[in-house]
Every structure is written in C-alpha cells, then in structure tokens.
Design a protein around this ligand. Sequence first.
Ligand code: SF4
Ligand code: SF4
Length: 332
Amino acid sequence: MKKATKSDFIKFLKDLSDSYEVIAPQKIADEGIDLSPVTDFNKITFDYVNTERSFKRFIFPQSQELFKFENNKIVAEKIKPKKQVIVGIRNCDINNFKVLDYNFIEKDPVDSLYKDARDNTIFIVGACIKNNSTCFCKTFKINPLGVESGDLSYLFDDESKEFYIKANTEKGTELIKKLKCKAASDFDEKVKKYETNHDNIPDLIEDKDLVEIFSGQLDGDKWETIFQGCVNCGICTFYCPTCYCFDIEEEGKFWKGRRVRNWDSCMFSIYSKETTGHNPRPTNRERYRNRVLHKFYYQLKHNDSYGCVGCGRCISNCPTNIDIRKIIKTFI
Ligand code: SF4
Ligand code: SF4
C-alpha cells in the first residue's frame, strides 16, 4: 500500500494524459457528478458517492459504428479503440465485469469491439467513504471500501486529502511507478474510520439460494402486481452497469450507409417481438418478470453471478419509483 498527496495524484493523471484519454468524475451542469473525458484537471472531483452513470459506456458505447458501406463494399471498418484511463469507478460498478465478460468474451464468439476497448483501458477504482440511501452492494457481498479491484485502487481520505493506493494487476504495477508516493502503514486505521459509515447498507439476500427460491416462483400471483407503474421507458436498463442488450441496424440508403449497434432494452415493448408479429412478452408483466429473473435467477444459474451489483441507479432514476429492492424482498 502506498500513499500520495492529492496534488501528486492529480499530476499523475495529468502525466498519463500524454498517452491516454483520462476519464474522471466531474461536475457536469444539471447532471450532477459524472464520468467524463478530462480537459481541465482542476475540475476532477473526489467528493461524490457514485457517478450518475457507470463506466459501462466507455467500453460498450450506447451507439457504436461497426462499419460504413458503399455500393456493396465495406469502405471503412471500425475505428481502433483509443487508450483510456477511467478513474473513480466504484466497487459495485467494477463488479459488472462478472456479467459483461461472461457475455462478451468468455464464450465464443468473442466480441472484439468490447475486448479491444477493455484491453485498451486502465481501470482505477475508488473505495466509497460514504453511500446513498439506495445503495445495496452488500447484498452481493461487495465491499464498498475494498481496494482489490481494477488495475489500481485507492481510498481517498477526505480529512488528510491523501490517496491510499494499491496496484492489483501487472498494468497497475507498471503504472504506479510513475506516481510520486511513499509507503503507507496506517491504511487499516483509515478503513476502520470509514467502516461504520456503511453499517446502514442492507444485505437483502443474506445466504439465501435465489436459484432455489425463484425456481419455485417462475410464475404465479406475485408477478401480477410488481410491475405496476412501469411505463417501459427503459431507463433502468440504460443506467444499469450490468445490462448489455443491443440491436444492430443499418442507417442510410441501401447503396450507401453504415451499420451501427445501439443499446436495446428488454423493457421496450417491441424488444422481443418476432417478425411474424408474435410477441412472447406482450405485457409489462412478462417484460418485468424477465428483467427480474435475468438478474436474480438465469444469470445466477448459468454464470454463477448475480445480474445486479446494488448500485441503486435503477431505483433513483425510475420515473415511477419502482424499487428493485422491494421486488427482491417480495420473493425471498
Ligand atoms: S425505469 Fe421504471 S418505468 Fe422505466 S422501464 Fe424501468 S421499471 Fe419501467
Ligand atoms: S439492477 Fe439496478 S441496482 Fe442492480 S446493478 Fe442494475 S441499476 Fe444497479
């Protein structure tokens, strides 16, 4: 464990910007604190619980060109990914790799766009010293104060304005050599200082087996009401760090245009509509049931991983106040 001053840490990021695009939390007008490419290093802030959106869009963009075509020929292939550093990712969000990697790279065919972006990114995780009322990361055994994830991880001590920083990968070990820092022996004390701040985060599942619980409730009365209020806006899926559905479309004319992939949402009414006109998920009931089961049953059964990390964004951004915590409690 090393220790660096805030100004040395900022200088370290600034130096990295010679070779990487640095993406860090900043105050964005009317949008709160969000991850954004840095142009002014004085604007980076470490005073936030979590960013408005997760880092997902920097490795899996909301809209991504696959290629351009003209007269039956591909005229421009995908652009090479840029090298980037993402700073200030929270422990809940970095756990989305258990879901995204399984879907995009651990099974054939490997999604080269995702893999290239992931391989060209340095991930720097910041431990949480406080939390939101909507956080429930402990439900998934995620430690908000953990410093084990990402290439580098840090705990920023708000009082002394020092970074306690640790390398977790080879990339991180190489990188930390560029940071002016010294050995830290008081890290455990700092963790203790902030630990009680997180006593209020609930563990909604404890050690219960959700596969067993849901396998007996794949249908039934409980599903009749939990979706009520949902307007199919899809915000919950777009904000979610683990949701990865996309659609591929052509834009332009048939002789000239481009192929793009765009995020899609299982909450949209046409998401599962087939070309025959048949829709196997015709109402909100089926759509919401699919979303809940995908997060807490299907992924757990097939990938041994929850499809949720407890970030709380779907709760705070749902226009009709649907709360996924209440839904978990309905079933267990
Ligand atoms: S954000 Fe809320 S209203 Fe919108 S699709 Fe999700 S659950 Fe439904
Ligand atoms: S389902 Fe909601 S709380 Fe869970 S990871 Fe997605 S946005 Fe966060």
